[in-house]
Design a protein around this ligand. Structure first.
Ligand code: NVA
Length: 267
C-alpha cells in the first residue's frame, strides 16, 4: 500500500514523506488531533495505514485535508477499488458476478469486500465461521442493487457457482502471534485448494489482497511449518501459482486506482 501511494503520488508530480511508527510522536507525545492539525498545515493529503479505525477517523476529522485510509482493523477501502477494477478487467462486468470470500471473513477485508460487492451488484458469499458483523447493513445495500449477501460454513456451497474465490491471511496486521494456533484450527477447512477451485464456475478466478502464506518461503511460513506441520495456509501454492490466479494484476491495480483516488480528491 505504501509503495502504491508513493508511486501514484510521484507519478502525479507530488512530493511524498513517509512517517514510520518510530519516527512520529503521533499518539505518544502528541494527540492524534494535534498531529492531524499540524500535518494538515503542511501536506495536501495524508494516507494512514495502521491498526485502529478510530485513528484514521480522528485524523480525517481534524486534518482539514483529504485523509486516505490505507488499511485499518475494520476496513481496507483502497484495496476494494483495485479488486473491482481487476474483476471488471477480467469479466468485462461486475453486476451479477458471484463472489465468495473464504476464510477469515470477520476482518478488514471481509467487511470491505462485503460492502463493496453489495454496492456494485455482485452477489457476495462469506464462506467462513459465522462471526461477521455489518451483514444487516450490507444486505440492505445489496437489496437496492439487486444482489445478495449470504453466509455459509459449507465449503462446497461456497465454491459452487462462484466466479471469484477470494481469501486473505488468517492472522492480520496488529494481531498477536498467539492467535495462530486457534486461527489455524478454526480456518483450515476454508483453505483454497484445487478441489475447491474445481467446483467453481468455468472461467472463475482466484484473488488475494496479499501478503499470502502459500509456501514456506517466509519467516512466518517456516515457523508455522515447524510448529504446526502445515506448509500452506489460506491458499495452496498450486492455486496461487495457477492460471486462475490474478493476484499480481490486483497488486498492480492498487497503484492505478490509488492514483485515481488521490487525483479525484485533490482536484
Ligand atoms: N487482513 C490483512 C489484509 C492485508 C492487505 C491485514 O490486515 O493484515
Amino acid at each position: 500500500t505504501r509503495c502504491a501511494f508513493e508511486v501514484a503520488g510521484r507519478d502525479l508530480g507530488m512530493g511524498v514523506t513517509y512517517l514510520d511508527p518510530g519516527s512520529s510522536q503521533m499518539g505518544k507525545k502528541e494527540s492524534i488531533a494535534d498531529t492531524a492539525r499540524v500535518l494538515g498545515r503542511m501536506y495536501d493529503g495524508i494516507e494512514y495505514r495502521g491498526f485502529s479505525q478510530d485513528i484514521v477517523d480522528e485524523l480525517a476529522k481534524y486534518a482539514g485535508v483529504p485523509v486516505w485510509n490505507g488499511l485499518t482493523d475494520q476496513f481496507h477501502p483502497t484495496q476494494m477499488l483495485a479488486d473491482l477494477l481487476t474483476m471488471e478487467e477480467k469479466f468485462g462486468r461486475l453486476k451479477g458476478l458471484n463472489f465468495t470470500f473464504m476464510g477469515d471473513a470477520r476482518n478488514n477485508m471481509g467487511n470491505s469486500l462485503m460492502v463493496a460487492c453489495a454496492k456494485m451488484g455482485i452477489n457476495f458469499m462469506a464462506c467462513a465461521p459465522k462471526e461477521q458483523w455489518l451483514v444487516d447493513e450490507a444486505t440492505k445495500i445489496a437489496e437496492e442493487n439487486d444482489c445478495t449477501v449470504r453466509l455459509t460454513e459449507d465449503v462446497n456451497e461456497g465454491a459452487e457457482n462462484a466466479d471469484v474465490i477470494y481469501t486473505d491471511i488468517w492472522v492480520s496486521m496488529g494481531e498477536p502471534d498467539e492467535v495462530w494456533d486457534t486461527r489455524i484450527r478454526l480456518l483450515k477447512k476454508y483453505q483454497v485448494n484445487a478441489a475447491i477451485m474445481a467446483k467453481t464456475n468455468p472461467g472463475s478466478v482466484f484473488m488475494h489482497c496479499l501478503p499470502s502464506f502459500h509456501d514456506t518461503k517466509t519467516t512466518i511460513g517456516t515457523q508455522i511449518a515447524e510448529k504446526f506441520g502445515i506448509t500452506e495456509m489460506e491458499v495452496t501454492d498450486e492455486v496461487f501459482e495457477s492460471k486462475k490466479s490474478i493476484v499480481f494484476d490486483e497488486a498492480e491495480n492498487r497503484m492505478h486506482t490509488i492514483k485515481a483516488v488521490i487525483y479525484a480528491t485533490l482536484s
